[in-house]
Design a protein around this ligand. Structure first.
Ligand code: PLP
Length: 283
């Protein structure tokens, strides 16, 4: 079945979907996006994702292309038309189409594009063995809390990981602290078993999976510290894991080729993964 995209009011075969060369997303990365997960044929945590999309739009002063209710309707239609059981819906809004000029053009309409994707089965031994990651300098701009389509530093980080046979790259700020992964949020459990993840702020994207997992952590009454953690602390951690809408909770068992804890997926990460998946099926 060929995939169907949505482009500015029309559902079209994705292979024939087109945008204008003067779209400011294409020229300036002047746009935002989000990816809403689908579990069992239903959008999960859609209100939280739409809140984040609204916030990204507001921060860049891009007009909402339509009401939330209308957008949600299109997202659901994309799930239906693309027959998605498990996967995600990609939503991108750019400032619109205008002759190339840095400042905001007047009187243009934002461009709206949606695509839907089925999730691929993870590599067979990823969950059994856990993921290997590397660390790289964080070379992104100063507003990482905005889900902007400008992702070149994230692309380079993920490529560096791939070239070293690793699954993800954790980015390190100028103080030696982990910010987050190139497309995932970063967590450790210390030798004392306390969970640590960086608090939201301009340095990281406010991950929705992270937020859902934080709710679970609080419900389960697990020890938690919201604070930045150093790369060396990650090396010495009992467990490490990443979260994202497409990876859920994924144990990390190697950082820069050093084993984390016993080098096997840890019990806290696996428990949180189960709890997240249960919430996603009901969320
Ligand atoms: N951090 C970055 C930089 C991301 O790009 C993403 C997801 O795309 C995440 C974290 C995880 O966010 P979420 O859990 O909302 O998928």
């Amino acid at each position: 079945m060929s995939r169907i995209a949505y482009v500015n009011g029309r559902y079209v075969p994705q292979s024939r979907a087109q945008v204008a060369v003067e779209d400011r997303g294409y020229l300036f990365s002047d746009g935002v996006y989000d990816v809403i997960p689908v579990h069992g044929g239903r959008l999960a945590f859609d209100e939280r994702y739409l809140d984040r999309l609204d916030r990204s739009l507001a921060e860049l002063k891009i007009a909402r292309p339509m009401s939330r209710a209308a957008l949600l309707q299109i997202m659901r239609e994309m799930v239906r038309r693309n027959d998605i059981r498990n996967g995600g819906v990609y939503v991108q809004v750019t400032r619109g189409v205008a002759p190339r000029d840095h400042k905001f053009p007047k009187g243009i309409k934002p461009s709206l594009v949606l695509m839907a994707k089925k999730s691929k089965a993870p590599p067979p031994d990823l969950l059994v063995k856990g993921a290997a990651i590397i660390t790289v300098p964080d070379q992104r701009w100063a507003r990482r809390d905005i889900k902007c389509i400008s992702l070149i530093a994230n692309v380079l980080a993920k490529q560096a990981a791939a070239e070293q046979g690793a699954y993800e790259a954790w980015m390190i700020d100028d103080d030696g602290m982990v910010t987050e992964g190139s497309s995932t949020s970063a967590w450790i459990a210390t030798a004392q078993g306390e969970l640590v993840t960086r608090p939201n702020g301009v340095e990281i994207l406010p991950g929705i999976t992270r937020a859902v997992v934080l709710d679970v952590v609080r419900e389960l009454g697990l020890a938690l510290q919201l604070r930045p953690f150093a790369r060396d602390e990650a090396y010495a951690a009992r467990e490490a894991f990443l979260t994202s809408s497409s990876n859920f909770v994924l144990p990390i068992t190697r950082i820069d080729r050093r084993p984390v804890g016993e080098g096997k997926p840890g019990p806290i990460a696996l428990r949180l993964r189960e709890a997240y998946l249960k919430a996603a099926r009901h969320g």
